[in-house]
Design a binder for this molecule. Sequence first.
Ligand code: NAP
Length: 303
Amino acid sequence: MPGIVLITGASGLIGRPLCRQLQDGGYTVHALSRSENDERDGIKFFQWDPEKGIIDRNCIHDAVAVIHLAGEAITAKPWTKAQKQKIIKSRTESIKLVYKLIRNNSSSRVKTIISASGVGYYGHRGDELLTEQSRPGNDFLAQTCIAWENAVNEGETLGLRVVKLRTGVVLSSCGGALPQLAKPVKLGIGAALGSGKQWMPWIHIEDAVQMYIHVLKNEQCKGTYNMAAPSPVRNKELVTAVARRLKKPLWLPSVPVLFLQILLGEMKAVVLNSTNTSSEKISFSGFKYNFSSLDDALKDIYG
Ligand SMILES: NC(=O)c1ccc[n+]([C@@H]2O[C@H](COP(=O)([O-])OP(=O)(O)OC[C@H]3O[C@@H](n4cnc5c(N)ncnc54)[C@H](OP(=O)(O)O)[C@@H]3O)[C@@H](O)[C@H]2O)c1
């Protein structure tokens, strides 16, 4: 039955449409934000500062579920040691703060925690088909996801139902990776990255939002799920499909790995890691994708 859902990172790419869909479904949305503390579009904002350990204790009042999306953007700044710490801690210390609040509130009604994670969990894995049981990788993205999921798993000690969604590239015209990928294509200088053979799990923003609502409503959903369409594509197929949809030619050779190494350093993993994820577990739970084919997803996004 709908109730109050507390969302961290509600102002982000996934959070904004998720809040709207939850409200349309009869839920009341409370949100934790570092900057907003008012009411907007029917969402009540509460302030927190996870870095300083500050949180408005009223945010949890009467909430039945928490959706944890907050986190420093992965590619916002170069991966210095300090920035890497920020990327991890903004995901781990933040959820620990929410758990502390729940633990110290004997009348807490929170039953469920749903958290984002990333397909970066698996690292670079060639053509291997990756299920939720597959072992993790060992690069920085994998270490981030492991620490993030471990912190979220602490919810089990509070008796919560814990769900983690290992998210692929979310396709939306409003932000995220797609506009970045489309920019050079629009300028006529689009090209595959590296060998172009790396698998890139993707998901249409609408399906991403619906998957959060699916696992929220279905109490049998527990543990980890890959959040990507049933048809991951290789990087070259993705770039080609975007160029086709934008009616732009692709004539340049692939961008060499060495160039990406010089340009991005360790962050090259974001575009070069190959992750061929399985969507069997979430489909088996009854989730139906609206966009299973990349062409349909891009057609919807670009019109
Ligand atoms: N979009 C994707 O393709 C994708 C893929 C894989 C995983 N994910 C993960 O899914 C989650 C949601 O994704 P998204 O694309 O909606 O993210 P997003 O647009 O970057 O938004 C994340 C939100 O987190 C909050 N935030 C940012 N930096 C923070 C910090 N240092 N400390 C605490 N909060 C901070 C911000 O809210 P306030 O400014 O209001 O505090 C922001 O709106 C993220 O954790 C992301 O890593 C996304």
